[in-house]
Design a protein around this ligand. Structure first.
Ligand SMILES: [Zn+2]
Length: 508
């Protein structure tokens, strides 16, 4: 569809910090995927006669949502045998799970995301099989074709401390030699070298980065998982290619402690010292930041990609998001392939963020609905380096979501209540009716336009029902034998004293 008018009873043009620009009976006119005009529907109707109409009085129109941290998994850990646990433990356990075809897994994730109004995804590819990695990268990028989503793609890499937060040789030396050899072989199979990673980035950037549908970013998986040399080389390459860096940081309490142990400072302070930081750097999770760390985030214009569900599920804790926002820091939001209902519903994730960061006290900072919507739109655009998205304004890409008003306003909504409040308090993926990307309708009446959903589900189900391969069985056995050593390693750590006695009520 080359041109159309998209309209709703309410149209959110842009979410600002403490308010949103909302047009009643508002519309935008798009041509070839670019927004040409925004205003009252009747004005646009008379200015552009004969244009196709999308939407109507029963819809709320908002800018397309950005999921700012995701690993492209449509199939969840639960579905392949893993329960939620402490991040460090959970990650090692994951090594023993059945492999899922990366294309189908990503396509399924992309479908779930589209269904909740997501038009742009920060896709941090954490596939571990070194063999065929380039082909896998091509295939997962291809998997976003049928939904039409924009992708800020990065491949994540670790080159040290890959089992526990300790030198690998030292850790392996405590294992029975047969188990150590099997773990070593498993690692060798799962990781590429630094040099191979950097040249893979260059070729992916050359083949896929168009600054329009795909941005290719760099991604050291985390600070302590990468040598300083690797962090520096990635920084240099990001500067050379004018691209961004997406990195997990201070996700768990152990990650904060490993920073203090390894560098004598927090992981973020270490990155600062390496000259790693800048506005094109985004931090996934950032749960365990100190007050000084928050200063660094502000001074360097970093974006924090907040993942409330995942942080709860993997015992990572609660990030100080209300303080971050009160200090004017840029916070975006993502589901990390671990949303609370396993459905990647970003609207629900937004509500969780809204409810989670409400410390007691009449004057304690808490987030309002406009700030939450800004996290999922304007700030997501900054994190993913797509400048032309995040708001329904002239010149921006025509990425929009039409939400059925029924559940939001029926049987009654006080006329003084903001529709943005109603969205954040009540909106769900099931209310999403139509998703438009680049002016093209990709979801209509809650159904995919270019995807045979039943066929995808059938294929996924058939592929996953296969019995585990001999290799997968062997890996599962290795991981099972390894887990007690991982537990023993972390049990020794002193997590510090909580006062009075319970983390969430602690006064420190
Ligand atoms: Zn993650």
């Amino acid at each position: 569809m080359a041109s159309s008018i998209i309209h709703g009873k309410h149209l959110v043009k842009r979410a600002r910090g403490d308010s949103s620009e909302v047009i009643s009976d508002g519309a935008f006119y798009q041509r070839d995927g670019t927004i040409i005009d925004v205003g009252p529907y009747q004005d646009l109707r008379s200015r552009y006669p004969g244009e196709t109409d999308i939407g109507g009085d029963s819809f709320l129109v908002i800018p397309g949502l950005v999921n700012s941290h995701h690993h492209g998994h449509g199939i969840t850990s639960l579905q392949i045998g893993g329960l939620d646990d402490q991040l460090e433990y959970w990650m090692v356990e994951n090594l023993g799970h059945k492999a899922v075809d990366p294309y189908l897994d990503t396509l399924y994730a992309s479908m779930k995301l589209l269904r909740s109004g997501v038009t742009t995804v920060m896709f941090n590819f954490s596939q571990r099989l070194a063999k065929g990695l380039r082909e896998d990268c091509d295939r997962v990028l291809e998997a976003f074709g049928p939904t039409g989503q924009r992708v800020a793609f990065s491949l994540y890499l670790e080159n040290q401390y890959r089992i526990v937060a300790e030198d690998e040789g030292r850790f392996l030396s405590r294992l029975p030699s047969d188990l150590a050899a099997r773990v070593k072989a498993m690692l060798a199979e799962n990781y590429i070298s630094d040099d191979d990673y950097l040249s893979l980035f260059q070729s992916l950037h050359q083949d896929h980065n168009d600054g329009y549908k795909v941005n290719v970013l760099l991604s050291p998986a985390n600070v302590h998982w990468c040598s300083d040399r690797l962090l520096t080389r990635m920084r240099e390459l990001a500067t050379q290619y004018h691209t961004g860096i997406h990195i997990h940081l201070a996700e768990s309490i152990y990650e904060k402690l490993i920073g203090l142990k390894l560098y004598g400072k927090t992981p973020l302070q270490h990155l600062k010292e390496l000259g790693f930081l800048g506005p094109e750097v985004s931090l996934a999770h950032a749960v365990w930041l100190t007050r000084e760390d928050l200063d660094i985030v502000g001074e360097n214009g970093l974006t924090i990609c907040h993942n409330p569900s995942s942080n709860l599920r993997l015992k990572s804790g609660i990030a100080p998001v209300s303080t971050m926002v009160a200090r004017g820091l840029d916070v975006a939001i993502g589901t990390d392939s671990s949303s609370i209902n396993e459905d990647e519903d970003l609207l629900q994730e937004m509500r969780l963020a809204h409810k989670l960061h409400r410390p007691p006290g009449v004057s304690s900072p808490s987030l309002d609905s406009h700030q939450i919507l800004k996290m999922a739109t304007v700030n997501g655009a900054k994190a993913t380096l797509f400048e032309d998205i995040g708001a329904l304004e002239e010149g921006k890409r025509a990425d929009a979501v039409l939400i059925r008003l029924g559940n939001l306003v029926e049987p009654y909504l006080d006329p003084d209540t903001s529709i943005v409040d109603a969205l954040i308090y009540r909106g769900k993926a099931t209310d999403v009716d139509t998703v438009i990307i680049d002016g093209k309708v990709m979801l209509q009446g809650g159904e995919f336009v270019d995807i045979d959903e039943a066929a995808v589900m059938k294929e996924l189900s058939e592929i996953l029902k296969r019995p585990p391969t001999d290799k997968e069985r062997a890996n599962q056995q290795t991981v099972q034998e390894l887990m007690p050593y991982v537990t023993r390693f972390y049990e020794r750590w002193n997590l510090g004293e909580l006062r009075p006695y319970f983390a969430y009520n602690s006064s420190v």
